[in-house]
Design a protein around this ligand. Structure first.
Ligand SMILES: *Cc1c(COP(=O)(O)O)cnc(C)c1O
Length: 354
């Protein structure tokens, strides 16, 4: 039986996606060739990447609104650099909500002046700062919508007139938002969309072309837009598998549908964390993530017991990030509700026997 997979990333993908992806590696489109041994310029693959780009825009409600969808390489981490390279002339504003924001800030500092509008570092990033203002004289504002490591998630986004950039690696396609508020969204595929190896970038074309520096081709959004994501060989397997996941999501009923399931899953787990005296939630309640729930044991002497119990229950990937410890249950789109129930059952069993 497949394990209950709470891995934070690379993460669980739908069974039918894994099945179709593995079949395509052997025999793609019944053409007696593997997906990964045909030309990326063949019609068969061009159809795949076009479909993936189109589905991404469609699911986010951004079709025909001046946005381009790109499948790039280098992970979300490369976007920390690429966003600044393409958009930072003099000054940019960042919200610091954890490890990933901090890394984005570090890279952007190579290109200009950085204004940290707010930070939750004072409380080990266990909340989302509020009430800050985004300056109007900056080239852009950058934030991280979901903090995969700490388990916080932005529920509201500031109003701003400057270009708005968001790292949505760990919650894209998981909830309804007005995505047209953003001018550039990026997301490493391996959290909620596909395997590692590609990063989805959604960019409003009109914000580009405003910096004076010369941008190397491989880091230049416009180059990839002009070549339809095919400036060089794209990561064909990662793009194909992402396309399958986006198709799966569309067939289920899109973001509107999955958001309800995600809310059910996180409500089930958080209510157990709050009810069960053996567990504590790590982050401020109103900022809790629907994707990554972080929690600790109130009595660390129970750790060995609890760890053995969830492992016996066929649960995978519950250890907290190495930088904060405790536990982290990642409940991405493909994780079924019954997996969360299995975890809650173990938590209740621990309470009974402790
Ligand atoms: C995982 C993650 C990253 C880094 O992604 P890579 O693809 O490994 O570079 C960046 N931001 C967020 C929010 C993440 O969850």
């Amino acid at each position: 039986m497949k394990k209950h997979n709470f891995s934070a990333g690379p993460c669980i993908l739908p069974d039918e996606v894994l099945k179709k992806a593995s079949e395509a590696v052997i025999n793609f489109n019944n053409d007696n060739l593997s997906l990964i041994e045909i030309s990326h310029r063949s019609k068969a693959f061009v159809d795949v990447i076009e479909k993936a780009r189109s589905l991404a825009l469609e699911l986010l409600g951004l079709k025909n609104k001046g946005y381009k969808a790109l499948f790039l390489q280098g992970g979300a981490s490369n976007q920390f650099l690429m966003t600044a390279y393409n958009l930072l002339n003099k000054k940019a504003a960042y919200l610091n909500t954890g490890t990933w924001s901090s890394k984005a800030i570090k890279e952007a500092k190579l290109f200009g002046e950085l204004i940290e509008v707010a930070s939750s570092k004072d409380q080990n990033f266990n909340y989302i700062p509020k009430g800050y203002k985004v300056p109007t004289d900056v080239d852009y504002f950058h934030c991280t919508s979901n903090n995969t490591i700490y388990g916080t998630q932005m529920k509201d986004f500031p109003e701003t007139n400057v270009p708005f950039i968001c790292d949505m690696s760990s919650d894209i396609f998981s909830r309804q938002l007005d995505f047209s508020k953003f001018d550039l969204i990026y997301a490493g595929a391996q959290k909620n969309m596909g395997p590692a190896g590609t990063t989805l970038v959604i960019v409003k074309e009109e914000i580009l072309g405003k910096v004076e520096r010369i941008i190397p081709s491989m880091l230049n959004y416009q180059v990839f837009i002009d070549k339809d994501s095919m400036f060089n060989t794209p990561p064909v397997f990662a793009v194909y598998t992402s396309m399958l996941t986006l198709e799966w999501l569309k067939d289920l009923g899109g973001i509107e549908f999955i958001e309800k399931v995600n809310e059910q899953k996180s409500a089930l787990l958080y209510s157990e964390i709050d009810r069960n005296p053996l567990f504590n939630g790590v982050v401020v309640k109103e900022d809790r993530s629907h994707m990554n729930a972080t929690f600790t044991l109130t009595n660390n002497n129970l750790k060995e017991k609890f760890d053995a119990m969830w492992k016996e229950t066929n649960i995978n990937g519950l250890d907290g990030h190495r930088s904060i410890g405790g536990y982290r249950a990642s409940m991405y789109n493909a994780l079924p509700l019954y997996s969360v129930q299995a975890l809650v059952d173990v938590m209740q069993e621990l309470e009974r026997i402790a």
